[in-house]
Design a protein around this ligand. Structure first.
Ligand code: SAH
Ligand code: AVI
Length: 339
């Protein structure tokens, strides 16, 4: 088939290119080189979790969502499926602005509800992973031809002030318990950023994973197929690709443990031998001994009281709280508290 025939085969929707708007940082945050220099050259070793998400990392996260052990996606999806009509009907939102949208797979419940309710909000997915933003936008356009989508690329930890402020009322969406990947002070500051961006009539739909049996928690981050391990190890490939590092993924093992005291899953990459890794593009190296670990992610698990305190500190008030009977997950609809 020649190119002309191929183009005839795709619908007008598929042919349209998707312009991405880059969102500039409101405050400067370290880039990969600075994070490596501050946190990876000497112990204790750590890296912020946003570096997981190159295109491969985003695809691996999507596969994690389908594992039997990773209950959060399934649980949140069930809540969205059950309550999406109620939520969208109560808001009649002009805009849906999603932070850390990934594949937008769960946001589809909201769009399905809009279809039933004859609503057509504009969708603004905001993510650090540009290839996944484009992929998700293309797929959403095929499923929802009425949906006006404007992808936004950037780092939400650098502030939200430069996000668009469209006319009408907006529903901000932050799903998947990504809030758990922040420390508590970071989470409060992030929610304050969201609240400060909101105007009267805006709402926030927030998914938060709850504290539960540590065996269930640890199983969710140690799936039997090893996909979470691959996701964790993929960050070493990101360092190899971006900074010319020479990590051998076989020289590290995935570890995920629940820290009861801090109420968080901690994901590590543990070194299997004594090794020196060179970062050729920045002329730096790190030496790590056998058994030493790199902290790659925290995933905090909240009690009900913890959630209430988090929202109160960010001056947000709960409008609706949806949870399953096993109390595994909270889906919260909130708005800015009026003083
Ligand atoms: N919300 C989706 C995806 C969760 S995975 C869900 O619930 O399934 C986390 C998503 O947040 C990824 O798509 C990742 O690229 C994005 N992300 C992580 N850190 C980010 C940051 N600092 N700024 C913007 N997006 C970020
Ligand atoms: C995106 N984030 C909320 C996931 C989590 O559960 O903390 C990332 C993840 N890490 C390992 N599995 C999933």
């Amino acid at each position: 088939m020649i190119l002309h025939d191929l183009l005839q085969d795709v619908s007008p929707v598929e042919k349209k290119s998707v312009p991405v708007i880059k969102i500039h940082a409101e405050r400067s945050v370290p880039d990969l080189t600075q994070d490596v220099c501050s946190n990876l050259l000497t112990p204790p070793f750590s890296l912020p979790p946003k570096y997981f998400y190159d295109h491969r990392g985003s695809e691996l996260f999507d596969q994690i969502c389908d594992t039997a052990e990773y209950y959060p996606t399934r649980t949140e999806s069930n809540l969205l499926s059950r309550y999406c009509l109620h939520i969208m009907d109560s808001l009649n939102a002009d805009h849906v602005i999603e932070l850390g949208s990934g594949t937008s797979r769960k946001t589809r419940y909201l769009f399905d509800a809009c279809q039933v309710l004859n609503q057509a909000p504009k969708y603004w997915p905001f993510d650090v992973c540009e290839p996944m933003l484009l992929q998700a936008a293309t797929q959403l356009r095929q499923s929802y031809q009425w949906l006006n989508i404007q992808p936004l690329a950037g780092d939400y930890s650098a502030g939200l002030r430069h996000l668009p402020k469209p006319d009408g009322n907006s529903l901000y969406v932050f799903l998947g318990s990504s809030i758990g990947n922040f420390t508590e002070p970071e989470a409060v500051s992030f929610l304050k950023d969201v609240r400060q961006h909101m105007i009267t009539g805006d709402s926030l739909l927030l998914g938060i994973d709850r504290l539960k049996d540590s065996q269930v928690l640890e199983a969710a981050y140690n799936d039997g197929q090893g996909i979470t391990a691959e996701f964790n190890l993929n960050v070493l490939s990101v360092l190899n690709n971006e900074l010319g590092a020479d990590f051998e993924t076989n020289n590290f093992s995935h570890q995920a443990i629940f820290n009861q005291e801090l109420s968080q899953i901690e994901m590590y990459l543990q070194s299997l031998n004594n090794q020196t890794i060179n970062f050729s593009q920045i002329d730096e190296s790190m030496t790590i001994t056998s058994g030493e670990k790199i902290l790659t992610e925290i995933s905090r698990k909240y009690s009900l009281a913890g959630i209430e305190s988090l929202l109160a500190q960010a001056e947000l008030e709960v409008v609706d709280h949806f949870e399953p009977s096993d109390e595994y997950f909270s889906l919260i609809l909130a708005r800015a508290r009026t003083r």
